[in-house]
Design a protein around this ligand. Sequence first.
Ligand code: GLY
Length: 357
Amino acid sequence: MPSFAVATASHTYESVVERGCLARLGSLIPARAGRLFVVTTEDVWKLHSARLEAGLGGRPFHTLFFPGGEENKRLAQVEALADRMLALGGDRTSVVIAFGGGIVTDLAGFLAAVFMRGIPVIQCPTTLLAQVDAGVGGKTGANLTGGKNLIGAFWQPLAVLADPGVLVTLPRREYIAGLHEVIKCGIIASEPLFRVMQRRSRQVLDADPETVEHIIAESVRIKCEVVSADEREGGLRRILNFGHTVGHAIEAETGYTRFLHGEAVALGMKAAAHLSRLTGRLSGPVAGEIIDCIGDYGPIPSASDLAVDNLLARLTKDKKTIHGTVHFVLATSIGSTEVVAGIDPSLVRAAIELSLA
Ligand code: GLY
């Protein structure tokens, strides 16, 4: 069974990628655990509750429904969920089970991080994006009016159970958006994974089960290695933000309504590939391979009407901007990157213009 360890200063845990792995949920609950709280959305629960209940093997639990949506990923929801847990008898022995997409894994993880100053969480991501990125690695949080994920905590889970079987109900647009995070993993750390995304796009787009399981497992392997080396994004973990600097600016500029996160990251990765070429790190043909591969997983809603000046202004508000200096993750080849600061603004402008065209 593909299973990858994350070893951090606080503890070591497994991220499992396997069809049917939710059946193992019960075995991961600590022997002395008290009440179990499953945080989910009505939609996910309607589709997949049977798998989770079977995984818990008859053990009692409370289901806490979260309305879903970026607009609800707020502290007020965390407080409401915590109040509900308390009313239901939650205490320091309680365990949170996050069962949903990235919004749920972020918010429920944060709830676990702050309830009674921290209780365990088991992450059970149900979207491709959450399986390969958001649900893995211990980043949790909520949105502020000023931006996404600006409040939160690093809170590593007891375990991650990524069951590719749940993806069959995922809307196609969400599936494809998640594939862009897989392409990102290939670009930053694994040429073989990139070649699968480039050369086997038919099987990937047709969701061939073996191929899907392979690309999720490879992405999770990469993420677990990176997080083990740098849990708190002091250095190496920044490579996971390839394409995210411009991607976040595009999401914010369009009010988080036009693009799914993975789609904005796809545009951001095109900008990063152009910038890698314009700064002499990638040859034209290699940058072209990245841009063509992203194009194979289109179409993405048009961004050609966005004002480049506005996007440039938003870059300085990025979490990765330090003392006003924007940091970019740039590719030096397929499979390796470097973090670069102080790039000539005219090159950044040109890269963004090319990516939006
Ligand atoms: N999504 C980027 C990270 O987990 O660091």
